[in-house]
Design a protein around this ligand. Sequence first.
Ligand code: FES
Ligand code: FES
Length: 885
Amino acid sequence: MKVKLKVNGRLQQVVADKSLTLLDLLRDEFKLTGAKQSCDKAGQCGACTVIVNGKAVRSCLLKVAKLDGAEVITVEGLGTPDNPHLIQEAMVLAGAVQCGFCTPGIIMSAKALLDVNPDPGTEEIKKALRHNLCRCTGYTKIIDAVKLAGRFIRNEISPEDIRPDPDGPKYGVSHPRPSGLAKACGTAQFTADIIVPGALELATVRSPHPHALIKKIDFAAAEQMPGVIGVMTAKDIKGTNRLKYTVADRPVLCEDKVRYIGDPVAVIAAVTRQQAVEAAKAVQVEYEPLPVLGSPEEAMAEGAIQLHDDRPNLCFIQPQIKGDAQKALAESPTVIETHLTTQINHQAPLEPEACVSYLEGEGEDAQLVVIGRSIVIHKHLSMLQDALGWENMRYEEAYTGGQFGLKLEISSEGIAAGAALHFKRPVRYIPGLAESMLMTPKRHPFDMKVKLGADSEGRITAYDINIIVDNGAYHSNGDVIINRATQMLSGAYNIPNVHAVSKLVYTNNPWGSAARGAGPPQANFALECAVNMLADKLGKDPLEMRILNSLQPGQSKSTGSVVEQWPFPELCEAMRPHYKRSLLETREYKSGVIRRGVGLGAGAFGIGGPGDQAIVAIELDPDDGVTIYAAVADPGEGNDSMLTQLAADGLGLPLDKIHLMTKDSDQTTATGPAAGSRMTYMVGGALVNAAQQLKQAMKDAGATTYRELKEAGRPARYTGTRTTLEAGPLDPETGQGPSFESVVHALQMAEVEVNTETGEVKVLKMTTAVDSGPVINPLNFEGQLEGGADMGAGFALREQYIAGQTKDWVTFKFPSIKTAFEMESIIRETPRLRGTGKGSTGVGEMTMVPTAPAIISAIKDAIGVWICNLPATPDKIKAALQQRG
Ligand code: FES
Ligand code: FES
């Protein structure tokens, strides 16, 4: 039917069939891509929020046919980066924009609220934003931003009053992140926003079986469907068809066997995405089910079927031996013994998977362009070159809606790039949320049996831990995950005797890879719970227990490496008044249905692993600014701020004279993944080195400008490096060896309320004490702490990925503004030896590490039971209470 509507003040007339949604009209027809899609148009994410007739609505739920005469405002209708709306400014200035994928939707919900209530309170804001999800921020800064926008709108202050002086200090100042306004105004292009005229749309046929042989694939019906252009199977892939991160076991498309629910089998290319999806459903695949390895125990059982022909199911073992743990435990007056598990979890970035790919040029010389969300574009490029048998490729990173470790691996790129080569046409592969969940790697589940002993004064004597890691169907970087857990096994403490064995086992479960923290959050959950249990058994205060057992400079970690700095006891002291306050407050709630408790968790997170290297080039430009060339992904943590502020600080330049060339593999140096909280320490370090070289060259030439430097015959471009001092793996027998060069410290305090009837746990407040060296951008820094704490709380209480059942944000139990809690940060800034600039390291993963044990300990404090198997769902809490009687 014919519909007239006004969009951003412009009258539009469209002929809409009755299924067309407003979201599709805006994005596909009007190219207004500010409104995003995260969920499968199910009203779950709010990323698609726009204003219709004055009200904030989820545009995926509205049919255009019912909108005759409507007035629609999208984020593009508010402002532009050059002339932003006050709400857009407030979001950036309050530090509420990280990846920015949720931001346009949140801004539209905020606008609808502020239009009718320019001075809303926290609860009113929470109500107005109840449909908007955000994975990055923990919502605190979003609430702050709406309040700030209210103050702007009420003319109490203006953005100029609070915007830091761009000519003032660059270090330790919350300069707005360079990408902030583009994200807030909807002009930042995420992969699905990229339009390539004539591109085919792809859909993939995926296995419904966890383990089966592929007997036959029948495309006859699918090929007859409207819009279908062609099909692709493993036979059409010209390279190795293996996406090798460390082990060549994962196919782009399965050849004869599927190994987990979601393994890709075939691809359909069609004119529209809907046509491709419908045709994929019509593909008939004949499977012969094989025995399913549902757990590591089943996979290690005698006679178990081997998942990969060339590797045993038990595919990696890393022991760690320091001192004599068995003897020390036998001699310890107090020992606790426990068994803890963590779940398979989804990293849950708000942006689903997406990739666009096309050939540039003709014939064998054509360059294959791959656009996606990689955080390690050079590595992924080489993986794709081998897998697809095409050498001339370029990877371009689009804006990325969060990733949290998931994009250390290739997901949609293998299929999209393979299809671009096969069909010799541009392709877009924009899978929905359910399919994105199937194709991406997950956080490895850990099964941990633990013994921890102490002497009569409470000094830890020995730690024994057996870890079994479910690798899932493919290896990815499972050995790296175990290595990282082993590297950080003794956490914040001096533990003279350690015995650990970690085993990595293939199963038919979803395959694991990096997830914020990548190994340490799981292993540290065991250690910190054990420390709290030991303190409990000894009748000792958990804070004093941590101070007593803190590692000291000159003592060694479980790897045997001796530490030079360890500012952890000072963090404990900084937490002391908060902890005392909470102990007093929670004392009032130790009986009745609603109980309160407080718990602590610590973490010591390694930065700068052995053998790590970063390379960054910097070039003086004709305008006397500089361009930084390095493949530094920024999926939301603020690496653009880090690079810009460090370079401006080091070179004494205004911020707007720093240009970034970070997203294109042809233009950049490879500098390692945006993972492991390594970017500030490693890449920032290489940048500082490059800037020093440029500065020295200008000094030597007596030059203050580009022209003078060139006239002096000096190059304008300098390449800086940062290499960690030690290299080499841990000893495969003893787990002793070189370790992370620097350490970030945190102590987390959780305050919770438990309903003893329903088993519901509400986090009331999280107080985080962190020391990662001098802070470059305080708002970005706090944003990482708050987002990590929110994610840690989800990991502790709700989130879990169950293959075949977790299909959307509701079944995943995505944290919402309703589950958000108060957060307070205590920041200490001990300069680190070899830290970047003034001694900075990184903080992106830190609060993910100690949050879950702090919450579990707070639950114990509230109701007297330990929940040892994450997540601590209401059912588990009720069962534990019942069992205790
Ligand atoms: S796409 Fe509309 S709510 Fe998710
Ligand atoms: S900033 Fe909200 S999802 Fe990333």
